[in-house]
Design a protein around this ligand. Structure first.
Ligand SMILES: C[S@@+](CC[C@H](N)C(=O)[O-])C[C@H]1O[C@@H](n2cnc3c(N)ncnc32)[C@H](O)[C@@H]1O
Length: 328
């Protein structure tokens, strides 16, 4: 059988649909990785063979399998500039994640640790906030991103809500826009204590709400700008938060969130950017993704002592969401 599996990879490289079909029918393994660490779907994607790729997907070749160098078929299609195979994989990814959500269930900012971060100790240093497993809750390299998020959610002035204080980077930036009111929701007891110690409770326009956003929703009002950036939560939590947007965001208001979705794989990130935009559109919001280069903020030394690199991409896509106006 091993020979047939190798032949399947070779046929996928050549784009020989007939051969691929006959090998599949005779039992060749569509998930087989050859000596180069690639499976048939990756080969088809890499060489731009759309019919072979479609056939492989239709018999269950997983769109999200990773090579030893952590690349998926979609990454190969993207790298080689094969638009058709890229689009086919993107659609396969979106369809599959809409139903199963397998990737984001595993890939939240702190990985799949299963422990309750909010019950854990955290430690603060100048350039990061870490959990008890040395995973970064927040890091200073994100400062330019937080500045840009603050600018977006403060662009209409008025009342601003931020979920997740962390190192207070986005909140310090929001303060510089002097909003009419600035509400901050924070759930971690130590982060909350630190906020109070550093004077956030005394700021005139600031209201701090201690607790999980899920539990304090009844204490919230309506806002002109909302930013969401929690930790230890999953895509489903973000999705759940989005269900509350119509009740929280004023007409004409701006919503943004930390877009770290699948931040360690370029193709999975594209899938999730599409998925979240699609789901927000279903709720009546348009999403503009503004590209911000981050390569220069991310030298090797940034990750020293950090257990997981939650971001490994060169460009950050900052989401700016607004209610879609109903055409009269
Ligand atoms: C990534 S940090 C936020 C960083 C922040 N944007 C900044 O600029 O520094 C996430 C924060 O969300 C808090 N958090 C986690 N889960 C939460 C929840 N369910 N409700 C409210 N805050 C939460 C964490 O304790 C942490 O302080």
């Amino acid at each position: 059988m091993k020979e047939a599996d190798e032949q399947l990879c070779e046929a996928a490289i050549k784009g020989d649909t007939k051969k691929v079909r006959s090998l599949i029918y005779s039992g060749a393994d569509v998930t087989h990785f050859d000596g180069d660490g690639l499976n048939p779907l990756m080969h088809a994607a890499k060489h731009g063979h759309a019919p072979v790729l479609t056939l492989l997907l239709s018999v269950g070749a997983p769109w999200n399998a990773l090579s030893p160098s952590n690349l998926s078929a979609g990454d190969y299609a993207m790298q080689e500039g094969h638009n058709e195979t890229f689009e086919l994989l993107l659609n396969a990814g979106i369809q599959s994640e809409l139903i199963l959500g397998t990737i984001a269930r595993k890939a939240n900012k702190n990985g799949d640790s299963g422990h309750d971060y909010l019950e854990d100790r955290v430690s603060f240093s100048e350039d990061k906030l870490m959990d008890s497993e040395s995973k970064a809750v927040m890091m200073a390299w994100e400062n330019p991103l937080m500045e840009a998020h603050a600018k977006a959610v403060c662009s209409g002035g008025g009342h601003v809500l931020n979920i997740g204080f962390g190192m207070g980077l986005v909140d310090s930036a929001i303060q510089r826009y002097a909003p009419a009111s600035h509400t901050i929701v924070e759930a971690h007891p130590e982060v909350y204590e630190r906020m109070l110690r550093s004077g956030w409770g005394q700021k005139e326009n600031v209201k701090i709400v201690f607790g999980r956003w899920q539990d304090v929703l009844p204490q919230l009002e309506t806002y002109d700008g909302i930013f969401f950036d929690t930790y230890g939560e999953y895509y489903e939590d973000l999705r759940e938060f989005h269900q509350h947007l119509p009740a929280l965001l004023k007409t004409g208001g701006i919503y943004s969130f930390f877009n770290g979705l699948c931040g360690s794989n370029a193709f999975f990130h594209v899938v999730y950017c599409h998925l979240v935009s699609l789901e927000l559109e279903n709720l009546g919001y348009s999403t503009q993704l503004i590209p911000l280069p981050v390569k220069d903020c991310l030298g090797e030394q940034v990750w020293e002592g950090v257990k997981q690199r939650y971001w490994q991409l060169d460009t950050y896509y900052l989401p700016v969401c607004q209610a879609i106006e109903n055409p009269e």
